[in-house]
Design a protein around this ligand. Sequence first.
Ligand code: GRG
Length: 296
Amino acid sequence: MDFNTQLHSKRTLVNNTLRRLLASHQIDSDLEESLRYTLEAPGKRVRAALVLWCCELIGAGTNHNAEIAAAAVEMVHTYSLVHDDLPAMDDDDFRRGLPTCHKAFDEATAILTGDALLTLAFEVLAEDIDEPIVAVKLITELARAAGAAGMIAGQMADLRAEKIANRKSKIENQLEYIHTNKTAKIFRCAAVMGAVCGGASDTQLSSLRKYGLKIGLGFQIADDILDVCASSEQLGKTAGKDARAAKCTYPAVLGIDKSKQLEKKLADEAIALLKPFGTEAEPLRQLARALLERTK
Ligand code: GRG
């Protein structure tokens, strides 16, 4: 099976798990529509696929726990997009090719939908993972990646950095901090969660942890480059917003060419970390390369 077919089949699995979890957990009827709207919008499901691939690599196949973990990561990621699109943050009208949650519903509904997604992620990990010790490890990993020393810290630094966009030296210091926290730590967490579900050794966990962080940062650089080079139609969200908002992005600080070089360096380093896993790690190698070639 080629890489795109594999990614497509992972996407289908994740979409089915999300649908099943929404149906099996109690959801207030007034929130159901906005939750379905945001979760069923056509996201790439890259982080969730990463959970599944890392579990397969270690455990010789995907398993129930990895499916739940993949869905939980996707819920947290989707919540972050819903909140990021709000007028108080990025104020965006389109996401995943559709009106953003606050445009399709209203601002209060979008805030509560994000809150519900975030808490549902931890509910499914606590209730649906079939070994308590695995559940606690997954919950801890996800909470750390999404919280005040992870994604929230990155978002806070990102919002602050906009205001000092013309003080370039300060921005350069902040660039890696922002994107490691805002984006890469969730990728690292996805890799670790998959490895935990597969029963990884400490050595395997350590390699996949480093791999996840590197491809996460590479993914963000690719995202920044696409914001400059791709169209809104291609991306399914408003292109060119970073430059208009004087955001602290890789192209703004390093330029396009250096950003592309850094992206390639990160992918090469990520691939090198997979050496001990042999040919079984081919999907993860292809994922690292696919980040360089993505068009949306
Ligand atoms: C507001 C809590 C909060 C956090 C905000 C993740 C984030 C932090 C903001 C989202 C905006 C953004 C550009 C984040 C960088 C990470 C990123 C590239 C998100 C888009 O991920 P994709 O391309 O989206 O995987 P899909 O729609 O395919 O899931």
